[in-house]
Write a new protein. Structure first.
Length: 272
């Protein structure tokens, strides 16, 4: 039987779409040794090593560490590879889910920023929400220090496995009954809107239906005056509210002063 054809390191690298430094590194860390090394130090590989290299490349593409690959190679079998791929496949599914959620947040922010440029901040509008929104609500009480509120929000974000705070939308909830009482500081909760909740148990559900939407420009001390205007408008239009007013900032990323801050307010309308 003729000897198996040998490839130079350059030929073998080209065959598999990698560079020579990658093969030299795999040799150095013990993942893939050349089939032969000549007296002058040239490395040679054989075609029968291709399957092993492709397996290593696949695992590296799945972010399997060099150490994990080395362990697998010491006990290489169909069962060990299947277990490794199952584990990395689960991680990949989680990453894909996360990226889809981030994509949804990015698109929502793009739409919001595009709309901001032509917003009439003094106007009121009736909008229809056709999907449920799932909120991780953090109850708050009067006098709770801001630092403690932030701690609670961060803990809630970690509980729902948010990788970054910008992966979700944040806001506050003000019960409609407190609006009617003139208690414009009577917030009941802070919330995190989860783009793709892994579980829904224990989450506050922002319902579908018609909402009155309004905006308030400026720091939060402007909100009570804006709520008075909202109540006056609703009264003149024969509208009544239920549930909670949902507040969220929509332009934090593009302002240098709190005077330019825009709060979006949405309050569910009572069905008549």
């Amino acid at each position: 039987m003729p000897a198996e054809k040998r490839f130079t390191i350059g030929q073998f690298a080209k065959l598999h779409g990698v560079n020579k430094k990658t093969l030299m590194w795999y040799d150095q860390v013990g993942l893939l040794k050349p089939a032969a090394v000549s007296d002058n130090g040239y490395r040679y590989y054989t075609y029968s090593q291709s399957a092993l290299l492709e397996t290593i490349l696949m695992l590296r593409e799945l972010n399997v560490s060099i150490a994990e690959i080395a362990v697998f190679l010491r006990v290489r079998s169909a069962a060990s590879l299947e277990a490794l791929l199952a584990d990395k496949g689960a991680e990949l599914d989680e990453t894909i889910s996360h990226l889809k959620a981030v994509r949804a947040v990015v698109e929502e922010k793009r739409r919001t920023l595009a709309a901001i440029q032509s917003l009439d901040l003094s106007a009121f509008s009736i909008v229809e929400k056709t999907e449920l929104h799932y909120l991780a609500a953090v109850p708050i009480s009067p006098g709770l220090p801001l630092e403690r509120e932030i701690e609670l929000v961060v803990a809630e974000a970690e509980k729902h496995r948010l990788r970054r705070l910008h992966d979700a939308t944040y806001g506050a909830m003000l019960p409609a009954e407190r609006l009617y009482q003139g208690d414009f500081d009577g917030y009941s909760a802070l919330f995190i809107e989860l783009p793709r909740p892994a579980r829904r148990k224990g989450l506050h559900v922002q319902p579908k239906g018609k909402y009155l939407r309004a905006y308030c420009k400026g720091d939060w001390d402007k909100l009570p005056g804006r709520y008075r205007e909202i109540l006056a408008y609703a009264g003149a239009q024969g509208l009544s509210f239920c549930g909670c007013a949902y507040e969220k900032g929509i332009n934090e990323a593009v302002i240098a002063s709190r005077d330019d801050y825009i709060t979006q307010i949405e309050i569910p309308l009572r069905c008549t």
